[in-house]
Ligand binder design. Structure first.
Ligand code: G4P
Length: 528
């Protein structure tokens, strides 16, 4: 009995792939997600993932503010089946304003797909998101998109990956022609070509070949493009990195795929290769040691809390990543921080606005739990005793604003709102040592807008935000209590919600000077 259960759990783990797509806005993340979902048929349930233009609504746009701006503020999760796999895509906001939620969502992924626009190359937001993934050492797969447009040379882009991101790359396929002349891609791993046909490139023909010298390619692509292809691939064979799966798994080498999401070109082969190469749900570190996904006892952790997904119900939803064991609706688990048992009765999946009730789920899956205010980010739920996962880093805020209320009679609700939103991880809150002003810190400007909106919508409080010139926060660890007088020039001394001392700096120069002048103190990027 137990063996069949083990086997079943093993099979469920083996078939799962949980990943996030990271990219800069406009690279084509929505388009790619949509195409991927189409392979599994999920899109028909979901409607379209996101409207292209700001006026239309998106599947994952739950919050009013998202609808108003036509962007996806909060990350959501999509699930579909393809070729014996169960795939969970963690969506991250595509707008250039993003938040700590985006970062935290990445901790729930076992791998990432980095989407790059062939004309623009590596862009600002890609760099930030890449760095979070790189810190965790998860495998990163690269999809270079919009090959149907004029773009940069593939060699140039590979060099940029190395120069800007510090990651080496191995092309899995290679374009035959580019832009208007694009006629297909050569698959280096499977020795086949995928060719566009017809004037509108609507038909894609896949053909097995001997190797890239095969005359079949010459016939289809013409002398010029075939010569170019042979030249490029010879160079890659000699000078490029060989495919090394161990390095891919350690996140040191990124397999690169070329394609065009909008034409559905190269997407299916990408998906198939990705499913072969991407890791299944990984073991996680915890206070009780490494927790294997095949451990029969259920464990998971909350990586995100979202309020008001449905304005009709004032509910909060806690997003839980399952780490081990099988989840069953109605099961009792220990809420480790609270030290209590709770029953998980109304879990949900997140494909569309109509939320399905989940009956069972396995490691790698993300479920949403109704949260009457009992969960915090980082909380563990467990049937395996007091397991706490050390997965959720906090991030150093980069944008700051002083917050005050317009109507002093509302100060109680104001405090409650601040407390709850801090607990959700939506903002970080500081108090100035000298004046007891409240300063909020975030990583993306949009967090302020959502904060303002929610303070009004959920707590009935109008707030006023005044941007402060600070750019860096550093937590001070020192034997002596820091002297506020020392942090007056281009900086200020504040405390965080636990009373730790933090210095906010306006620029790097001020920060460096302070560090030099206080050799006995340590300056940390996040709370100790
Ligand atoms: P995002 O979620 O990363 O922000 O990008 P999204 O998918 O919304 O795509 C951004 C724009 O790029 C869209 O055009 C989309 O149609 C286009 N796009 C995506 N993939 C490709 C591709 O392979 N080739 C080309 N040529 N374009 C691509 P838009 O003009 O903003 O919207 P729409 O009017 O086309 O709907």
């Amino acid at each position: 009995m137990s063996q069949t259960m083990d086997q079943n759990l093993q099979q469920e783990v083996d078939k799962r792939r949980t990943f996030a797509i990271i990219s800069h806005p406009d690279a084509g993340k929505t388009t790619l997600t949509e195409k991927l979902l189409l392979f599994g048929g999920a899109i028909r349930l979901a409607g379209t993932v996101k409207a292209r233009k700001a006026s239309k609504h998106a599947t994952s746009d739950w919050m009013e503010i998202e609808k108003q701006r036509g962007i996806s503020v909060t990350s959501s999760v999509m699930q579909f089946d393809y070729s014996g796999h169960r795939i969970n895509i963690l969506d991250t906001p595509g707008h250039q304003d993003f938040s700590e939620d985006t970062y935290r969502t990445l901790t729930a992924a076992d791998s990432a797909v980095m989407l790059i626009d062939v004309a623009k190359g590596v862009e600002a937001q890609t760099i930030k998101l890449f760095q979070v993934c790189a810190k965790r050492g998860i495998p990163i797969f690269t999809f270079i998109n919009k090959l149907d447009r004029e773009g940069r040379s593939p060699f140039d882009l590979m060099e940029e990956l190395e120069q800007v991101l510090g990651i080496r790359s191995v092309p899995m396929n290679w374009p035959i022609g580019s832009g208007r002349d694009l006629c297909g891609v050569y698959d280096r791993m499977m020795n086949q070509v995928e060719l566009f046909q017809g004037d509108d490139h609507s038909v894609i023909k896949v053909q097995k070949v001997e190797d890239y010298n095969d005359p079949v390619i010459r016939e289809m692509a013409g002398d010029y493009l075939h010569d170019q292809l042979c030249q490029d691939l010879e160079l890659l064979d000699v000078a490029g990195d060989p495919f090394d799966y161990e390095k891919v798994l350690r996140g040191e080498l990124t397999p690169v795929f070329f394609g065009s999401a909008i034409n559905n070109f190269g997407v299916q082969t990408f998906l198939e290769n990705f499913l072969q190469l991407a890791p299944k749900p990984e073991p996680r570190r915890s206070t009780a040691g490494i927790v294997e996904p095949t451990n029969e006892k259920f464990t998971g952790y909350v990586f995100k809390i979202q309020a008001n997904m449905n304005p009709a119900h004032r509910d909060r939803i806690a997003f839980l990543r399952i780490v081990s064991g099988k989840f069953q609706r109605g099961m009792s688990v220990k809420h480790v921080r609270a030290g209590k048992d709770i029953k998980l009765s109304q879990p949900q999946q997140f494909l569309a606005q109509d939320r399905d009730i989940v009956e069972e789920a396995y490691p790698g899956d993300i479920i949403g739990l109704f949260d009457p205010g009992i969960f915090r980010i980082g909380d563990s739920l467990s049937q395996a005793g007091d397991v706490v996962f050390d997965e959720l880093p906090t991030f150093s805020p980069e944008i700051f604003a002083k917050v005050s209320i317009k109507n002093a009679l509302k100060s109680k609700q104001f405090q409650k709102g601040i407390d709850q939103l801090t607990e959700e991880g939506m903002i970080q809150v500081f108090r100035t040592v000298s004046f007891d002003d409240i300063i909020l810190g975030v990583v993306g400007q949009l967090q302020f807008e959502v904060f303002e909106y929610r303070m009004k919508g959920e707590y009935g409080v109008d707030v006023q935000l005044q941007r402060m010139p600070y750019q860096f926060a550093r937590w001070i660890v020192d034997e002596n209590k820091p002297d506020p007088g020392k942090f007056r020039i281009n900086s200020t001394l504040v405390t965080d919600k636990k009373g730790n001392f933090v210095v906010l700096f306006e620029n790097e120069y001020a920060m460096r000077t302070s560090i030099e002048k206080n050799p006995s103190a340590k300056f940390l990027e996040t709370a100790p």
